[in-house]
Design a protein around this ligand. Structure first.
Ligand SMILES: [Zn+2]
Length: 426
C-alpha cells in the first residue's frame, strides 16, 4: 500500500514537472503537444552553439543562477541556466569559446580562448550532478542514459590558434571539438561572410588547418565564413563538416546562411547544418526592420550613450525602453521549421540540425524565451507531419552521426603530424 502511494506521488510529481516545464502555445493541439513532449524527452538533443561562457568570464556568471527575465551586462537577455537547460531537454550543448575579431588588433586571441575554456571546465566541475564535460559522440549517448547534460566546446574565430597548428592540437587536447574558421572579420588564412576579401577563400595554410582538424577529429565549422571558404573547405575536407549556427539562404538570403549549392555539397560530405534561431537570420523582414530601426534610432542611441556615460545599467534600461517603443516584426519559432523544411527539400533530412545561438543574440523568435522552449521545434515539426525518426535526426542524431564519422576518420589517420604541418607561412 505504501509503495502504491509512493508510485502515485512520483507520477504526480512527474506530470507536474512535465506540465509546468514548458508553456504550450495557445494555438497548439494538446494531444500533439503531449506527443511532442514525450518524443522530445526520449530524444538526444545536441545544440550546436551557445554563448554562455562569455558571461562566465566577464560577469562571474554561474549557471545555477535563475536567469529568467535577467539581462547580460551588454543589455541582451539571458537564455540559459541549469534549470532552463533541464527543462529544454538538451543532452549535448556546445559552449562557444567565442573570441572577438577585435583581438586581431588588440592581441590576446589565444589567451581569451584559454580563459573561456577554463571557465567552462570550472562551471562543469561546480555542478557535477547536472553537467559533465564530453568530447566524443559515445559520451553524449552515455550522458543521456545517465541523465546528465554534456558540455561540449567549440572555438568561434579560427584566429584563436594564432596561426599555430601546435596550438590547434593543444585546443583539441583540451577538449575542443569544433572550430568556426572565422567570426565576422577575415583574417590571415580565411575570409568571413562579410567585409574584406583577404585570401579569396582559404589560404594554403587555411587548407592545412582543415587537414589537421580532420586528422585530429575536430569538426570544421563553416558558420560565419564566406561562400568561397565553404567551398574551399568542402574541396579539402575528408571528414564531415558542420555549420554550428547557420540557416538556409533559400529561406532568407543572408550572408550568415548557407546557399542551396553548398547544402547539396554538404549532403555529399555527410555533414550537418545546425540552424540558428536568431530571427534576423531566419527572416528577411525581421532583418530589414532591425537594420532600419538601428539606422533610424542611431542619433537617439548616441545621445543615450553620452547621457549614461558612467552608468551601464542605466544605459541598458534606457536603450531597452527606446527599442520597445519602436517595435519591429519578429518572426516566430515556426520560422525555424521553414529552414528545416527547405534544407530537407534541397539536400535531405540527414543534413539538418539545430544551433540556437542562445545568449549570443539580442532577441529570440516570438514564442521562445530561452532554452526551456526547445520543444517548440519538436512540436512544430510533428505538426507539419515529420516522423518521430526525422525529428530525432534533426534534434541530435544527425550531429552524432557526423561527429562519429569524423572520429572514425581521425582514428584511421592518427599518425603524428609531419614537419610541414607546424609552421604558418604568410
Ligand atoms: Zn556566431
Amino acid at each position: 500500500m505504501k509503495f502504491k502511494i509512493f508510485v502515485v506521488l512520483i507520477l504526480v510529481l512527474l506530470l507536474w514537472s512535465i506540465s509546468s516545464a514548458q508553456v504550450m502555445p495557445a494555438d497548439a493541439d494538446p494531444a500533439l503537444w503531449a506527443r511532442a513532449l514525450k518524443l522530445h524527452k526520449r530524444s538526444i538533443i545536441v545544440d550546436g552553439h551557445n554563448d554562455i561562457p562569455s558571461p562566465m568570464v566577464d560577469e562571474d556568471f554561474d549557471l545555477a543562477t535563475d536567469t529568467v527575465g535577467k539581462f547580460h551586462k551588454d543589455g541582451d537577455p539571458f537564455h540559459t541556466d541549469l534549470a532552463r537547460m533541464k527543462t529544454g531537454g538538451v543532452t549535448g550543448e556546445f559552449f562557444s569559446i567565442y573570441v572577438s575579431g577585435d583581438t586581431l588588433k588588440t592581441g590576446g586571441s589565444m589567451r581569451r580562448a584559454m580563459d573561456l575554456i577554463d571557465a567552462t571546465y570550472r562551471e562543469a566541475e561546480k555542478h557535477p550532478q547536472q553537467l559533465t564535460m564530453c568530447t566524443t559522440s559515445n559520451e553524449i549517448r552515455r550522458a543521456k542514459k545517465a541523465g546528465k547534460i554534456c558540455v561540449l566546446m567549440g572555438i568561434e574565430g579560427g584566429y584563436a590558434i594564432e596561426n599555430s597548428l601546435y596550438a590547434l592540437r593543444d585546443f583539441y587536447r583540451l577538449g575542443v571539438r569544433y572550430m568556426t574558421l572565422t567570426h565576422n572579420v577575415s583574417h590571415d588564412w580565411a575570409d568571413a561572410h562579410r567585409g574584406e576579401v583577404k585570401n579569396n577563400g582559404l589560404s594554403d595554410f587555411g587548407r592545412e588547418v582543415v587537414r589537421e582538424m580532420n586528422r585530429l577529429g575536430m569538426l570544421v565549422d563553416i558558420s560565419h565564413v564566406s561562400e568561397k571558404v565553404m567551398n574551399d573547405v568542402l574541396d579539402v575536407t575528408r571528414a564531415p563538416i558542420i555549420a554550428s549556427h547557420s540557416g538556409a539562404r533559400g529561406v532568407n538570403d543572408h550572408t550568415r546562411n548557407v546557399s542551396d549549392a553548398v547544402l547539396r555539397r554538404v549532403a555529399q560530405n555527410g555533414g550537418v547544418m545546425m540552424i540558428n534561431f536568431y530571427p534576423s537570420f531566419l527572416d528577411a523582414r525581421t532583418n530589414t526592420e532591425e537594420n532600419e530601426r538601428a539606422e533610424r534610432l542611431r542619433p537617439q542611441i548616441q545621445a543615450l550613450r553620452e547621457q549614461f556615460k558612467d552608468d551601464r545599467e542605466g544605459y541598458n534600461q534606457a536603450e531597452r525602453r527606446l527599442l520597445e517603443a519602436n517595435p519591429i516584426f519578429i518572426a516566430d519559432y515556426k520560422r525555424i521549421v521553414d529552414h528545416i523544411d527547405h534544407m530537407k527539400k534541397v539536400a535531405g533530412i540527414d543534413i539538418v540540425g539545430i544551433g540556437s545561438d542562445y545568449d549570443g543574440v539580442p532577441f529570440l523568435p516570438a514564442g521562445m524565451n530561452g532554452m526551456e522552449d526547445l520543444v517548440l521545434v519538436t512540436y512544430e515539426m510533428l505538426r507539419r507531419g515529420y516522423t518521430d525518426k526525422e525529428v530525432q535526426k534533426v534534434l541530435g542524431e544527425n550531429f552524432l552521426r557526423a561527429f562519429a564519422k569524423a572520429e572514425e576518420f581521425s582514428r584511421n589517420r592518427h599518425i603524428s603530424a609531419g614537419g610541414s604541418l607546424t609552421k604558418f607561412k604568410k
